[in-house]
Design a protein around this ligand. Structure first.
Ligand SMILES: Cc1ncc(COP(=O)(O)O)c(C=O)c1O
Length: 373
């Protein structure tokens, strides 16, 4: 059978006339760095998340890095996080001089398992770094309890969860610091890279702002070793418009997720991602199935023009660099490893039409019918 080029893409960033105009206007009229758009975006983002301060950066990784540095991570300090994430999550701990330690996920929400977090904690642990993976909030209440009882910091990796809600509050506003990415596949994106760190603590906010801007006290006076992690004003201008549209675009993602559930619910060979409920509202950065015959299903869908993704094919502890640095081997975090073998991300983005969802679901059904003979 021959196929067709990609008909339905996995992600499609929203970039409308208003965003184009805002970018052009910033390019022509704002300062390129530290412009009015940057400060306004920080203010508006903080208000949206429900925190007092936001510090913009030029990536989510940079936001995580300055968060841990501002929180005072010292060489050898440990931070417990999940092995099932984009590698930048754990890398950020190393950037700040610390050592990432892993606790496995639970299949219930694909996020770090609070019971296993307790086992991973040692006397060197100085922080927890849960990830709200694929836009589904991790159990922040359980994490907060552990942090409070141990006197350690809680940093939320909300890089995939712009607008997700945990018990009535936006994620990213529930830890000591929340970190966001605006990479161009995210629910809120900017044309290039970008990020934001959010906090209610004024001292941490000041330290992060300084770290992101070369450790500056004034233009040529520096009292700490900082970085050039500033967000460009053009990106901030686009981010501001994206922020205004975010809730509406997240509603569309939730509707699409419901459509998938209605149409795929009966297929025994796949497990659907966790549902939201009255307390937890995910934002479906990705819609990830756990699928029997994952690789063949992916091939089938792509043959029929549906672009798919695998998030993530290698859990962080099994990445070559982590094996080399810390000697990790297969079997240490079995649920993350099993997940990596079965996970398949199917398209979910605001441009997806209802007819596209029907087509994708039909293709999945055909595939399993064919497999069962
Ligand atoms: C969970 C998670 N953490 C951290 C990052 C890093 O963000 P960035 O790519 O903006 O540095 C990403 C981005 O893909 C991510 O998905």
């Amino acid at each position: 059978m021959t196929v067709t080029s990609t008909r339905i893409s996995l992600a499609k960033p929203v970039f409308d006339e208003e965003m184009k105009q805002a970018a052009l206007d910033a390019l022509e009229n704002d300062r390129y760095t530290k412009g009015e758009n940057v400060f306004k975006f920080e203010e508006e983002f903080a208000r949206y998340i429900g925190v007092k301060y936001s510090v913009s950066t030029n990536s989510g990784t940079a936001a995580l890095h300055i968060a841990f540095t501002a929180l005072g991570l010292k060489p050898g300090d440990e931070v417990v996080t999940t092995p099932l994430s984009f590698i930048a999550t754990a890398n950020s701990v190393i950037h700040a001089g610390g050592v990432p330690k892993f606790a496995d996920i639970r299949f219930e929400d694909y996020n770090i398992d609070p019971a296993l977090v307790k086992e991973a904690i040692s006397e060197r642990t100085r922080g927890l770094l849960p990830v709200h993976l694929f836009g589904y909030p991790a159990d922040i209440e359980a994490m907060r309890e552990v942090c409070d009882s141990r006197g350690i910091s809680l940093v939320e990796d909300a890089c995939q969860a712009h607008g997700a809600i945990f018990k009535g509050r936006k994620v990213g506003g529930l830890g000591d610091v929340g970190c966001f990415s605006f990479y161009p596949s995210k629910n809120l994106w900017v044309p290039g890279d970008g990020g934001m760190a959010t906090t209610d603590d004024e001292d941490i906010a000041r330290a992060m702002a300084k770290l992101a801007d070369c450790g500056r006290v004034s233009h040529y006076e520096h009292d700490m070793v900082g970085y050039t992690y500033r967000l460009s004003s053009v990106n901030a201008a686009v981010g501001r418009i994206q922020l205004r549209r975010l809730d509406e675009l997240n509603v569309r993602r939730r509707d699409l997720a419901d459509e998938y559930r209605d149409m795929l619910g009966e297929i025994a060979e796949i497990q659907l991602p966790p549902r939201g409920n009255s307390e937890i509202q995910p934002v479906y950065h990705q819609f990830v199935l756990l699928a029997k015959h994952r690789d063949e299903l992916k091939e089938w869908l792509e043959k029929y023009g549906v672009q798919c993704g695998v998030h993530y094919p290698i859990p962080i502890h099994l990445q070559p660099v982590y094996r080399k640095l810390y000697g990790y081997r297969e079997g240490e975090f079995p649920l993350s490893e099993e997940f990596s073998k079965k996970c398949l991300s199917i398209p979910i983005h605001p441009f997806l039409e209802d007819a596209d969802v029907t087509y994708i679901c039909e293709q999945i059904e055909f595939f399993y019918e064919k497999m069962s003979g």
